[in-house]
Design a protein around this ligand. Structure first.
Ligand SMILES: Nc1ncnc2c1ncn2[C@@H]1O[C@H](COP(=O)(O)OP(=O)(O)OP(=O)(O)O)[C@@H](O)[C@H]1O
Length: 220
């Protein structure tokens, strides 16, 4: 069975080792699997996702995504641009730009033609009910719309892996359900691998596998 993520004995600390967050994490996620990462606040879920995404560098250990070792700037850049999409708890869109402009940013970064990029924008906007919001500035969108926009942006470069850090954590219940349904629907349609940190047991239960973090490690 092909592995999408391979994490081996990963250690990450802050403040010159005084704050130890990841203490020898090992985890494998299969291609096409949906996995929920749960555990109490501060146990290191976000840090682990950031390490997988190459946004943070571990002091020790190995991370492979789609068989490629993530160990230098070039591999991290390649990973972020082509292999994975990331949805954060807060949308992280540029609020002064329109939604469409935001979605074009990752496409421009990989040199997609304007025509192709606009085609993808329309396709994702249709899939998330945002067709009539594309010309709006992000600061004029609702919380649920922003989060749906963030999901679109994460999928613009057609990654095979989606990482999500409390993707519905900042939303009210109605929006939470709607955004989650969209996310899971897009993951299923496209056969994506999903690794998602969540505090919501209901959302976690909708993933194929649930993994608990405790004291800087993943429970067996
Ligand atoms: N840049 C940093 N400098 C110092 N400490 C940090 C830094 N980033 C994270 N930490 C600490 O690492 C620990 C784990 O943080 P992390 O955000 O990974 O936890 P989490 O499980 O995602 O928590 P939550 O569920 O509340 O989002 C926390 O105690 C946090 O304060």
């Amino acid at each position: 069975m092909a592995m999408m993520i391979q994490i081996e004995d990963v250690w990450r600390s802050y403040d010159e080792g005084r704050i130890e967050v990841l203490k020898g994490v090992g985890l494998e996620v299969r291609d096409g699997e949906t996995l929920a990462l749960v555990g109490s606040s501060g146990c290191g879920k976000s840090t682990l996702l950031n390490v997988v995404a190459g946004l943070e560098v571990p002091q020790r250990g190995k991370v492979k995504v789609a068989g490629q070792t993530v160990n230098d700037e070039a591999s991290r850049r390649e990973l972020l641009r082509h292999q994975l999409g990331f949805v954060f708890q807060l949308h992280h869109l540029i609020t002064g730009l329109t939604l469409e402009e935001n979605l074009l940013v990752p496409a421009v970064a990989v040199g997609l033609s304007r025509k192709e990029a606009r085609g993808r924008v329309r396709e994702l906007a249709a899939a998330t009910g945002l067709e009539r919001r594309l010309d709006r500035r992000v600061r004029e969108l609702s919380g649920g719309e922003r989060q749906r926009g963030a999901l679109c942006r994460a999928l613009m470069n057609r990654p095979r892996l989606l990482l999500a850090d409390e993707p519905t954590g900042a939303l009210d219940e109605r929006n939470r359900e709607a955004v989650f349904e969209l996310l899971m629907g897009l993951v299923a349609d496209r056969g994506l691998t999903l690794m998602m940190a969540t505090h919501d047991p209901q959302l976690a239960g909708r993933c194929q596998r649930m993994v608990r973090m405790r004291d800087g490690r993943v429970e067996p």
